[in-house]
Design a protein around this ligand. Structure first.
Ligand code: CTP
Length: 414
């Protein structure tokens, strides 16, 4: 059996407002439904100028509410307290994109259209993803409205910097759909910005140890696990640094990312990015051996049998940095004697916890989007998590940090 979908059975209302990014709400509906959510759309009057309600209705498989007082097929006003029913039904109200106009209205409690009325009637948490042209987004009142909603407990996904529909470059871009879905999962699972104040350094991906300018010794790590941890920690409010070996995974632009190639480059980057206030999560698949010397020129096949490549050990990064970070989590990838090997590594490398990856369970390990792990802590705690998405596993690993803090152990956090 495969892993359950991330938002299976969750009830989400998507509010769509009038700005150019509204066309992307179609992709957002598809993505939310693809992860198992049930989606209903409520649109402001000007949203329809940018995206067809029929498109949103077809994609969401539900009617799109556009008016406070909906009309029947003959154009007669219907008595339909939909806003109360919707407000009770939803696990989450997501307004994406949220125009500066809707932002201003909801920051001040207006209820003058279907969406703003629903905002006042809902019982669920709310996420907004404001998007606008640079000057509209940076306008002082827009920023004050964003702050005011944030202070009231609304989860705000900041707009991104980049090229805008107007042709200007600046802040105001609608975020990647995947980033919005990550925020939805974080809020709907009750986590929110619970890691605000934490400083977390995560490593991910393989390392490449060069043989010559063309070849290297590497491994099959894709970086998915480390990247999911970095994104989950950021979404939960932590200040995150990602030290990444070669990987094609997507990372949010706001996350400080240090790209490295070899184990020794990774060791240097890790050392430069941790201190006693930070937590280190070492999920990278670091090469254990490297060629004694990288040849400056390509090794040619002429001349008969190839010369053997002499190998030497790489530095063990965790052993080098033991005790520097406030809390250190390592990973163990095992094919046999899994628990015993993981416990031994935790002890030998001076770790506070270790995440044991088993390559034996189908769907786990390299290149998959799913994983099954056992989280072992040095106090003897041992929790096994069956096959689930790497996104969920990332959150479960981060949950152990919070539990430590709740138990009174101040780790990696101001
Ligand atoms: N690790 C490290 N530096 C290395 C090798 C591994 O810091 N040179 C870290 C990994 O990032 C991981 C942990 O050590 O967090 C365990 O890695 P793993 O490959 O499972 O174990 P190794 O120590 O390399 O031992 P072996 O390959 O013999 O199982």
């Amino acid at each position: 059996m495969g892993a359950p979908r991330l938002l299976e059975g969750k009830k989400i209302i998507l509010g769509v407002t009038g700005c150019i990014a509204a066309y992307k709400s179609c992709y957002l509906v598809r993505e939310l439904i693809g992860t198992g959510a049930e989606v209903r759309v409520v649109a402001t009057p000007s949203a329809a100028a940018f995206v067809s309600p029929l498109t949103l209705s077809t994609l969401s498989k539900n009617r799109v509410i556009q008016r406070v007082f909906p009309e029947d097929l003959n154009g007669n006003l219907e008595v339909d307290p939909w806003h109360i029913e919707y407000g009770l039904w939803a696990d989450l109200l997501l307004i994406a994109p949220c125009s500066v106009n809707t932002l201003a209205k909801i920051a001040h409690g207006f209820a003058d259209n279907a969406l703003t009325t629903l905002v006042t009637a809902r019982r669920s948490p709310m996420i907004i993803a404001p998007a606008a042209d640079h000057d509209m987004y940076e306008y002082s009142i827009t920023q004050e409205n964003i702050d005011s909603l944030r202070k009231r407990g609304v989860y705000v996904i900041d707009a991104e910097y980049g090229e805008l529909a107007s042709g200007l470059t600046g802040t105001g871009r609608f975020p990647e759909i995947g980033k919005i879905v990550d925020a939805v999962y974080t809020v709907i699972s009750g986590r929110g910005r619970d890691l605000a104040g934490w400083k977390i350094t995560v490593t991910g991906g393989p390392t490449y140890e060069d043989i010559d300018p063309v070849r290297f010794i590497g491994n099959r790590s894709s970086g998915k696990m480390g990247y999911e941890i970095a994104k989950a920690a950021f979404t939960r409010g932590a200040e995150v640094t990602l030290v990444s070996g070669p990987s094609n995974e997507y990372i949010y632009p706001e996350i400080k990312t240090v790209k490295v190639r070899s184990a020794s480059e990774m060791a240097e980057a890790v050392r430069a990015n941790i201190n006693g206030d930070s937590t280190l999560i070492m999920s990278a698949a670091v090469a254990d051996f490297k060629p004694k010397e990288a040849k400056p020129k390509k090794i040619k096949k002429e001349g008969g049998e190839p010369a053997p490549i002499e190998l030497t050990k790489t530095e063990d990064i965790l052993t080098l940095v033991t005790g520097i970070a406030g809390y250190t989590i390592g990973f163990a990838l095992e094919t046999d004697n899994e628990l015993a090997n993981a416990k031994r590594k935790m002890k030998e490398k001076g770790l506070d916890a270790i995440v044991l990856n088993s390559l034996q369970e189908p769907g786990s390990g390299f290149e998959y989007d799913t994983n099954s792990v056992t989280i072992l802590e040095k106090d003897g705690t041992e929790v096994k998590h069956s096959l689930r998405s790497k996104k969920e596993i990332a959150h479960l690993i981060l949950d152990t940090l919070l539990q430590k803090n709740q138990a009174g152990l101040q780790v990696g956090c101001d």
